[in-house]
Design a protein around this ligand. Structure first.
Ligand code: IVH
Length: 687
């Protein structure tokens, strides 16, 4: 891991928390993840490591202190009497063995058996039974509060509505609702016929099916459930081990996975993992790993939890799923910043329950390095996520005669008339900046670029304008209603023209205009991200917003101001400068402002009361040599302080730079503490 000082750690932690919270929301609340599980795990690991290094930066709302995301409001909210925990992950035998040895040590060397279970890729639920009857079914939600989906869960046949007579008076079981692979494929076939968006994977399909406000929809989906834990039980003596608890629950009528095994040694647990790593594709459902649980309940209680994870269980994740198919063609698509992206068109193939017909190919160098050629049989890999990737050609390809020529982007884009490679959409000659691997279409008005920019602008991580999806963006462009992103905010004056578009009714137009209007108040980082500056994604947008606090201040930034920000290097800084210098972009920014789009940061870290400078108000007078005033103020805010331009009674500290102005006298009259630049740098961890 990179070594961070306090300030960098603060910033990095903020960024990671924002990303993780967003990913939690996308994954748990919307069932539409945008990052891979591996990326998410990496973010979480990095955050945990940083918080371990800087424990005073842990806040109660850090995602490491929570179990998941907030539930949607449409369902009733139920509080879980005992939180639904999450699981730590192991990715190798070494990880698993260190978990095992740690547990053994904590238990003073007492031996234990391990229950191995499939980690079902579905949706966690808790079912409460009272006097033998199912009274409530809830989602996990954030682990403490879930959604009341009782009516929907009642439609799942393998969930008993009542249990046999000898059950505890009140108890809760936990398990996973999932959609078997066959049900998933059928559902997506039907949706394709009805021209509805397809579910990316069975997990999303299951979650989408269970969290339906209309239980009849849930009933129509082939959902199933496996129970894997007893949440709590009142008044009765329960079995002493997890294994026996499962047998007992089975006797009460709950569906328990018959593939569960109890083993005596860690080697046997590893054998079980390997057996199912090989056999998982033959399973009727998706599993993404093996959950290992220490069997004796007394030991589980002794070991307890750490944060949101029990010490007595771990999820040993399966490696990414691979498949093989033919690479029919490599086509080139134009990205929003003009990047010319090679895309693999594949003979459709099912990998881990998902049909894949396209895959990302990163760039020409990558394709050549892996020696991927059109017509090859290739291995593809899907790591529990949406965008599959090509691993490489299958071994027999390498010696095959008659293989097509090594891939060349320039050949692909070659235009006989102009005798040069050109953009496949607008035919402008392409270019490749030095030290970059990508080729670009230089024409900012290229219709593919404009459409991509528009789509990016309205997307969820950006201005989040519901109602303008890919189709609508293309339509608005085609109809000439928008030429750039700012034109979206001019649409309210063009209601009649919108209504003239075929199949756009009054109601749709009203909803669209409402969504556009609502988006005007999106936070600054989203707006910056939405602008679509090359190399500036969500993360950098967060950094820029925290430092500059307004689009105006960012627009006035110099390259030195930008490179003075930790984690912004020369490449990003020069791309931002190029963007800001461009006349068209300045015009777009001015149009956005004129339309009333918010370009100021909300008091950037107002809620960060745990940060070292929280509650302190700073005023700077005179010149600071180390960095620009904007940047200094950005640092102060990043650490929880506020930076004002005038000295008042509320000012806590005056930073006195070179040639201080009248603020100095005013501060002295009020008896306000003064510090010099060196002291400021120390305080900001920059000395
Ligand atoms: S036990 C305290 N067993 O995995 C342990 N969880 O990251 C709680 N999951 O959302 C979970 N199959 O829904 C357990 N056999 C299994 C599981 C399982 C899937 C899910 C669970 C939770 C997630 C934990």
């Amino acid at each position: 891991m990179m070594h961070f000082d306090l300030l960098q750690a603060c910033e990095r932690i903020e960024i990671l928390r924002t990303q993780i919270n967003r990913n939690n929301y996308l994954y748990y609340a919307l069932d539409q993840p945008e990052v891979t599980d591996a990326e998410y795990d990496a973010q979480m690991l990095e955050l945990k490591a940083l918080e371990e290094q800087f424990p005073h930066l842990i806040t109660s709302d850090s995602p490491t202190q929570r179990v998941g995301a907030s539930p949607l409001e449409a369902f009733g909210v139920v509080a879980h009497p005992r939180p639904l925990l999450s699981l730590a992950n192991a990715f190798s035998d070494a990880d698993l063995e260190s978990w095992y040895n740690r547990s053994l040590k904590l238990l003073g060397g007492r031996a234990f058996e391990i229950v191995c279970e499939h980690k079902m890729d579905g949706l966690a639920i808790a079912l409460t039974y009272k006097d033998g009857r199912l009274v409530r079914g809830a989602t996990r939600g954030d682990g403490y509060n879930g959604e009341d989906i009782t009516q929907n869960l009642r439609t799942i046949r393998s969930i008993p509505l009542s249990v046999a007579g000898n059950a505890p008076a009140r108890f809760e079981v936990r398990g996973e609702v999932y959609l078997p692979k066959a049900g998933f494929e059928k559902l997506n076939r039907e949706r394709a016929e009805q021209r509805m968006p397809l579910f990316a994977n069975p997990r999303n399909a299951a979650a989408g099916s269970v969290r339906q406000l209309d239980p009849r929809v849930t009933a129509g989906r082939a959902l199933d459930v496996y129970i894997y834990a007893l949440g709590y039980a009142d008044g009765e003596l329960m079995p002493a081990t997890h294994w026996e608890t499962m047998q007992y629950l089975k006797s009460l009528g709950f569906r328990i996975n018959p593939n569960n095994r109890r083993v005596a040694t860690i080697n046997e647990a590893e054998d079980y993992y390997r057996q199912w790593t090989d056999a998982r594709s033959s399973l009727p459902y998706e599993a993404d790993g093996i959950v290992m649980k220490i069997d004796p309940v007394a030991y589980q209680e002794e070991l307890g939890d750490v944060g949101r994870e029990p010490r007595w269980a771990i999820a040993y994740k399966f490696p990414a799923v691979q498949g093989r198919t033919q690479l029919n063609e490599i086509i080139v698509s134009v990205g929003r910043t003009g990047t010319l992206n090679p895309v693999a068109v594949l003979q459709p193939v099912v990998v881990g329950g998902v049909t894949i017909s396209r895959a990302a190919l990163h760039n020409e160098n990558d394709i050549r390095r892996k020696d991927i050629r059109e017509g090859d049989m290739v291995f593809i890999q899907r790591a529990g996520d949406v965008i599959p990737e090509i691993v490489g050609p299958t071994p027999e390809m390498l010696s095959r005669a008659g293989r097509s020529a090594p891939f060349s982007l320039c050949d692909k884009l070659y235009d006989a008339a102009s005798m040069a490679p050109v953009c496949p959409v607008c035919s402008a000659p392409v270019f490749k900046p030095q030290e970059e691997v990508m080729y670009y279409c230089p024409n900012a008005s290229c219709s593919a670029q404009v459409e991509e920019r528009l789509q990016h602008f309205v997307s969820r991580g950006a201005m989040d304008i519901r109602g303008i999806g890919g189709q609508m963006a293309a339509l608005l462009l085609r109809e000439g209603l928008v030429q750039d992103i700012a034109d979206i905010y001019m649409l309210d004056g063009r209601r009649e023209e919108l209504l003239a578009i075929e199949r756009l009714g009054e109601k749709s137009v009203d909803n669209l205009l409402l969504a556009i209007d609502k988006s005007k108040s999106r936070p600054l980082p989203r707006l910056i991200n939405a602008l679509g500056i090359r190399h500036v994604g969500e993360e950098t947008a967060e950094l820029l917003a925290a430092h500059f606090n307004s689009l105006d201040a960012l627009s006035a930034a110099t390259e030195t101001d930008l490179t003075g920000i930790p984690s912004i290097g020369g490449k990003i800084a020069s791309s931002i400068m190029a963007f800001l210098r461009n006349e068209d972009n300045r015009r777009i920014i001015a149009k956005l402002k004129a339309a009333g789009v918010g370009t100021l940061a909300e008091s950037a870290t107002a809620s960060a009361t745990d940060l070292p400078l929280a509650g302190y108000e700073f005023v700077i007078t005179g010149k600071i040599e180390h960095f620009s005033r904007e940047t200094a103020e950005g640092y102060i805010r990043a650490l929880g302080g506020s930076a004002k331009s005038d000295v008042t009674k509320k000012t806590n500290c005056l930073v006195v730079g070179l040639d201080p102005g009248s603020k100095l006298a005013k501060a002295r009259a009020l008896g306000i503490k003064e510090i010099n630049e060196t002291e400021l740098l120390h305080m900001l961890g920059q000395a």
